[in-house]
Design a protein. Structure first.
Length: 125
């Protein structure tokens, strides 16, 4: 897998999840979290906005030939996935998140490994 493929896939996933949380947070995140108050629904929409933004950044940069910019995006993405995994594990073990949160853990592990895999390659193809 090259960096362009990784950023295309990760960007598309970010855009899809982002739009879901932004437009219909109760449906998009209802299996994992409880969106039962106006504040939690608004928070779900904030999550959606950030996922959409990050997905768009990855998708737009997929054709970049700037190795330094791509490396920075991949580093921040890998760190972000490690933090996300830790937060989901805390949520799962404390009962805040449902069993469906494991899907998000698996997704973050796969995308985090993909970012780490692309880092030392230095390809921009």
């Amino acid at each position: 897998m090259n960096t362009r493929t990784y950023l295309s896939v990760a960007g598309a996933i970010g855009i899809i999840f982002g739009l879901g949380y932004l437009l219909v947070p109760v449906l998009a995140g209802g299996l994992v979290f409880k969106f039962d108050t106006p504040a939690s629904i608004l928070f779900g929409r904030f999550i959606g906005a950030y996922l959409l933004m990050w997905g768009a950044i990855g998708f737009v940069l997929r054709n970049s030939t700037d190795k330094q910019a791509l490396r920075g995006v991949l580093q921040v993405t890998a760190i972000g996935h490690v933090i996300t995994i830790a937060l989901f594990l805390i949520g799962l073990t404390s009962g805040v998140s449902s069993v469906f949160g494991w899907g998000n853990v698996i997704l973050s592990v796969v995308l985090g490994i993909g970012a780490i895999y692309c880092l030392p390659r230095g390809d921009v193809s």
